[in-house]
Design a protein around this ligand. Structure first.
Ligand code: PLP
Length: 392
């Protein structure tokens, strides 16, 4: 037998292991020092009460013969799909309920969507990048081209007609940079994709953090229905990182290579996925109720205020950054020309603050650093004070 030799081409991911190693060594050597972690991409606030009630109610129904449910539909229960469609409508975007697939999260679907595409497509990702897009395509043996995101382009790569790409991953607001595309910029990508017969895989996992008029969905842009698939997640929107639920939208009219993409993905899901559990879909639908949206807003506002606190300190220090406004992430240029890991060690040793070195997300992340707003408020304030004292 042979294994999939494409796995030999994966670059070992040392980033979070190396962060943990250095942090733990420091804590061991300095047990009296309080280390504050602003590196995590996981949420810290609990689920909203209305979501917990819906989870419990869904579980109770499974315990009664009359309301018991077995396998769900592959694409999700109608009530959950309709709740998602109504959420789009609130945000001014028309998406039909039967174009929505309820998923167990955006990671699975952004990683698995490649099942329906040939191995000979050229894949474009931005650099720095959420690693799932790269690794899942390396596993499939696809060629990857990088669109550099730099200070010069505000960490928002734009299409280049001289570069061929068949599949384009865009993530806005972006992990790790926090930068978000405006409508004109997204329109340029949509035009490129329609002109070149490409497909945009649009990751909107952080759409709920958008505060200005940047689109919260690629389907807010004219022409996107004939070139884009959108992935979204309740992980950061509603604290579902442990509960697991997301959704993927494929317009019915999206066609490529003589095939209907919605139909292909349905076929793939019917073969390899047995759906999301009933209580979790009840919880997801509760997120999109009036009460749910009001309750999750409180948590989002909490994280956004953390982001504002971090960003205003960087403003005071005159440090360049992106993100923080439409995103829980702040992507800063390491001060005094330091490298990403050099700055990591400097912050850990001198301020006992842990962040994420930017070069772990790609070559263009060299010299950059990611801080997150998903921490506790008091710790965020304390970390920011320490950073200010250190760098002033
Ligand atoms: N997409 C991006 C850009 C992310 O940053 C993350 C999580 O960090 C995900 C997707 C994963 O989302 P989920 O928890 O829904 O799998």
């Amino acid at each position: 037998m042979r294994i999939n030799r494409n796995y030999d081409n994966l670059v070992p991911s040392y980033l979070f292991a190396e962060i943990a190693k250095r942090t733990n060594a420091y804590i061991k050597a300095n047990p009296d020092k309080k280390v504050i972690k602003l590196g995590i991409g996981d949420v810290t606030l609990p689920l909203a009460p209305v979501v917990v009630d819906a989870l419990k109610k869904g579980a109770d129904e499974l315990g009664v013969k009359e309301t018991f449910k077995g396998y769900p539909e592959y694409e999700g229960y109608d009530f959950a799909r309709e709740a998602v469609a109504a959420y789009y409508k609130r945000n001014g975007v028309t998406v039909a309920a039967d174009e929505i697939f309820i998923s167990d999260g955006a990671k699975s679907d952004t990683g698995n969507i490649g099942d329906i595409f040939g191995a000979d497509n050229i894949v474009m990702v931005t650099d720095p990048v959420y690693p799932v897009y790269v690794d899942s395509n390396i596993m499939a043996g696809r060629q990857i081209v990088y669109a550099p995101c730099t200070r010069e382009n505000g960490f928002l790569a734009m299409p280049d007609d001289s570069v061929r790409a068949d599949i384009i991953y865009l993530c806005s607001p972006n992990n790790p940079t926090g930068a978000a595309y405006n409508a004109d910029q997204l329109k340029a990508w949509v035009d490129y994709a329609n002109k070149n017969d490409a497909i945009i895989l649009y990751d909107a996992a952080y759409e709920a953090f958008i505060t200005d008029d940047c689109p919260r969905s690629i389907f807010a842009v004219d022409g996107a229905r004939t070139c884009a698939i959108e992935f979204c997640s309740l992980s950061k929107t509603a604290g579902f990182t442990g509960t697991r639920c997301g959704y993927t939208v494929i317009p019915k009219e999206l066609e490529r290579d003589g095939h209907n993409i919605h139909g292909l993905w349905y076929r793939r899901e019917a073969t390899k996925f047995n759906g999301v559990s009933y209580p979790v879909q009840c919880a997801a639908a509760a997120v999109f109720s009036d009460e749910g949206l009001a309750q999750i807003r409180e948590n989002l506002d909490y994280y956004k205020e953390n982001a504002r606190i971090i960003a205003s300190a960087l403003d005071e220090l005159g440090i360049y950054y992106t993100g923080g406004k439409n995103s829980p992430y702040i992507w800063l240029q390491c001060p005094n020309g330091m490298g990403s890991w050099e700055f990591f060690d400097f912050l850990l040793q001198n301020a006992q603050v842990v962040g994420t070195p930017g070069e772990g997300f790609g070559a263009c992340g060299k010299g950059y650093f990611r801080l997150t707003s998903f921490g506790d408020r008091d710790n965020t304030i304390e970390a920011v004070e320490r950073i200010k004292t250190l760098l002033q």
